[in-house]
Design a protein around this ligand. Structure first.
Ligand SMILES: C[S@@+](CC[C@H](N)C(=O)[O-])C[C@H]1O[C@@H](n2cnc3c(N)ncnc32)[C@H](O)[C@@H]1O
Length: 224
């Protein structure tokens, strides 16, 4: 049986390096935090929630799982209280804009962060561009489908300088667009279908329709 409540969290855990010290930002139910400790992948996790309700649940779950001694819990905003001992950030299950704001608000805390693992549920292009501008490079990405929803989980590694990606790499995934594996193709096909559904609405402006037609033509070529 898996240690994680979902395939998505399992994919995130697969990108965590053995022996790293993770800060699980927006840890919520704590499934990732608990699984990382129980699997032996991490000896310590810093788990953060910024709301009292989810924080209490997190504390309760970490305690019931018997891993309270290995987890530092924090009721705080994003990476504001990030301890220097953390080398990896996980920001999962949020929009790309929120991930960006959480990092940007306290970016001075990033000095020891070698790895950032993200699972943006929207605005992926925005967060890719931001991480690249902050000097992080996408090292790995996993595409998956769970309960009819497509996800792209990615791992970013600190680079010496700003990373420059093309418009297409930012839009369709800096790694996926080159490796073109089957799950990436499904992920792109799902984007085409979503655009088609938007275009079924006769009220959308001509400019948007034109943009979506062009994007779909481009994506259809990509997955041929
Ligand atoms: C949808 S849940 C995702 C939970 C888990 N990371 C996952 O991927 O399954 C997002 C969580 O992030 C928390 N959150 C949102 N903004 C935050 C912030 N600035 N600092 C800490 N936690 C935050 C929310 O309270 C919520 O519990």
């Amino acid at each position: 049986m898996s240690l994680y409540v979902s395939k998505r969290l399992e994919a995130i855990a697969s990108l965590v390096e053995e022996g790293s010290i993770v800060a699980d930002i927006g840890a919520d139910h704590g499934s990732l935090t608990i699984g990382l400790i129980k699997s032996g992948k991490c000896k310590k996790v810093f788990a953060v929630e910024n709301k009292k309700g989810p924080y209490s649940r997190l504390k309760q779950n970490v305690s019931s799982a018997g891993v309270l001694d290995d987890v530092e819990l924090s009721l705080s905003d994003g990476i504001e209280c990030l301890p220097q001992y953390c080398d990896t950030l996980v920001l999962a299950g949020m929009g790309g804009l929120l991930i960006k704001n959480i990092i940007e608000n306290h970016k001075n805390k990033l000095v020891n962060i070698k790895t950032i693992i993200i699972d943006p549920h929207r605005e992926d292009r925005l967060i890719y561009q931001y991480l690249a501008s902050m000097g992080y490079k996408m090292e790995d990405s996993v595409f998956l489908k769970e309960k009819n929803i497509y996800y792209c989980v990615s791992k970013w590694i600190q680079n010496d300088k700003e990373v420059i990606y093309s418009e297409e790499e930012l839009e369709y995934g800096p790694i996926g667009i080159h490796t073109k594996d089957n799950m990436w193709k499904e992920w792109i096909a799902n984007k085409i279908e979503t655009n088609r559904r938007i275009m079924e609405n006769s009220d959308i402006p001509d400019s948007l329709r034109k943009e979506l037609v062009n994007k779909n033509q481009f994506m259809e070529e990509l997955i041929k």
